[in-house]
Design a protein around this ligand. Structure first.
Ligand SMILES: Cc1ncc(COP(=O)(O)O)c(C=O)c1O
Length: 464
């Protein structure tokens, strides 16, 4: 905060005081601190008429006074609270980031190898084009749809590199705001916390469709279908391609067909968020099957992709927005407008993550190694999921059915714990998680499964 100087005189003089207060105002714009650093006296602050001058530092009134403190982010704020806790059994199950069995961050071996290749080839750091790295855009669209998919063959996909999943969603939201003014985006209830922020900031209206049924801790399929049917024709329907966040509950293949039917019937536009391709089931193709089903029906659709989880490139901010259009010509025009939207927002995307993805996907040896590492990561999560379920069942003698934990897929488990119970998990058990009852199993080790089971049982039965 800027400091200002107030000057106090032992022989008060109204004129001098008034001139001083003018000087005081001036001081705000001159660099007083730098004068002091240089050992110089600020000459204007010592008028001859004043016999004794003292200086004191006062706090300026900020032009930003009306800005209130923002609340901590409900997901990223959890990590900050976790860091401050010193308990030895503490667990960070808030953020969706993969950890090893020792609960350490993991850099994939294929990423290290790709980075070595990049170093050896001596790539430069020139700007990328607005649309991103051409080799990345090709690789990412092919990974999503399959290289032989007709949408690729017919060049009907407008792909633009984005700032990971979030930035790609934001770019799509800007496209909707500009070219579909007033159109609503339907989002699942609940959904990943940032979806609402993204559409709010892009000034795109949204409403929720039913998704989670607390009674079954499963999918409210009928509610979902009827809400999608009831939405105004031509709405965008945001769907999690796989591993729904936060519930871990995905529609079955048969249910996906019915969802596609009703979206088609209502002339809605599907908008997929694919943040976990390959990470949910361990198979890149299986996790893309929902998107491919919609594409195979000739529907126009949007897909945001992220490489944060499946390649562990969280901080590289690498992802893409893909818009499947009914013609190559429309795709070319859409792409030109996506670039136009991106240019004033961030100009062009970062290159490092894009090169990693392009190197991994474009090199058959690395590509196969990646698939194995992804299976390993998905496998570790599945194994702690099983161990947590087994521990809870062994400890809970009430006969309650906890099988929903096993039915959920991906990084997360929606425990069904309410806010007070989730608070108990943190305050009493040092288990950090979001207040909607979601835990990230990627942050759990098998050594701590029993401890977590105790915490869940205590919170479930002893806190209302
Ligand atoms: C459903 C969903 N979409 C998008 C993202 C975006 O993540 P990022 O911006 O790190 O790629 C996430 C991350 O947790 C997510 O869970």
């Amino acid at each position: 905060m800027a400091a200002i100087v107030s000057v106090v005189s032992s022989t008060p003089n109204a004129a001098a005081a008034s001139s001083l207060s003018k000087e005081k105002m001036k001081l705000g714009s001159c660099n007083f601190n730098s004068l002091l650093w240089q050992g110089k006296r600020p000459s204007f602050a010592t008028p001859k008429s004043l016999s004794k001058v003292t200086m004191s530092v006062a706090t300026n009134v900020s032009r930003f006074e009306s800005i209130t403190m923002a609340p901590p982010d409900p997901i990223l704020g959890v990590s900050e609270a976790f860091k401050a806790d010193t308990h030895e059994m503490k667990l960070n199950l808030g953020v969706g980031a993969y950890r090893t069995e020792d609960l350490q961050p993991y850099v994939l071996n294929v990423v290290k190898k790709a980075e070595n290749l990049m170093l050896e080839s001596g790539e430069n750091k020139e700007y990328l084009p607005i649309e991103g790295l051409v080799a990345f855009n090709k690789a990412t669209a092919e990974l999503l749809f399959g290289a032989d998919n007709s949408v690729i063959q017919q060049q009907r996909v407008a792909t633009v590199q984005g700032l990971s999943g979030t930035g790609s969603l934001r770019l799509a939201a800007a496209l909707i705001e500009r070219y579909f003014p007033g159109a609503k985006v339907l989002i699942s209830s609940p959904t990943w916390g940032n979806h609402k922020n993204i559409f709010n900031d892009a000034k795109v209206p949204w409403s929720e469709y039913r998704y989670y049924d607390p009674k079954t801790v499963g999918l409210d399929f009928d509610g979902m279908i009827s809400d999608i049917k009831a939405a105004p024709e031509g709405s965008f329907v945001l769907l999690h391609g796989c591993a729904h966040n936060p519930t871990g509950i995905d529609p079955t293949p048969e249910q996906w067909v019915k969802i596609a039917d009703v979206i088609e019937e209502k002339n809605h536009i599907p908008f997929f968020d694919v943040a976990y391709q390959g990470f949910a089931s361990g198979s890149l193709d299986e996790d893309a099957s929902s998107v491919r089903l919609f594409a195979s029906r000739g529907m126009e659709l949007l897909v945001a992709q992220s490489y944060s989880k499946n390649l562990g490139l969280y901080a590289e901010r690498i992802g893409a927005i893909n818009v499947v259009c009914s013609s190559a010509d429309a795709a070319t025009r859409v792409k030109s407008q996506l670039k136009r939207l991106a240019r004033p927002m961030y100009s062009n995307p970062p290159v490092h993550g894009a090169r990693i993805v392009a190197n991994v996907v474009g090199n058959p040896v690395l590509f196969n190694e990646w698939k194995e590492e992804m299976k390993m990561m998905a496998g570790r999560i599945k194994s702690v999921r099983q161990k947590l379920y087994d521990s809870i069942c062994a400890k809970d003698k009430t006969g309650k059915d906890w099988s929903y934990i096993l039915k959920q897929i991906g990084m997360f488990s929606f425990t069904g714990l309410n806010k007070a119970q989730s608070d108990n998990m943190t305050n009493k058990w040092h288990v950090y998680m979001t207040k909607d009852g979601r835990i990230s199993l990627a942050g759990l080790s098998s050594a701590k499964c029993e401890y977590l089971a105790d915490a869940i049982i205590d919170s479930f039965y002893n806190v209302s």
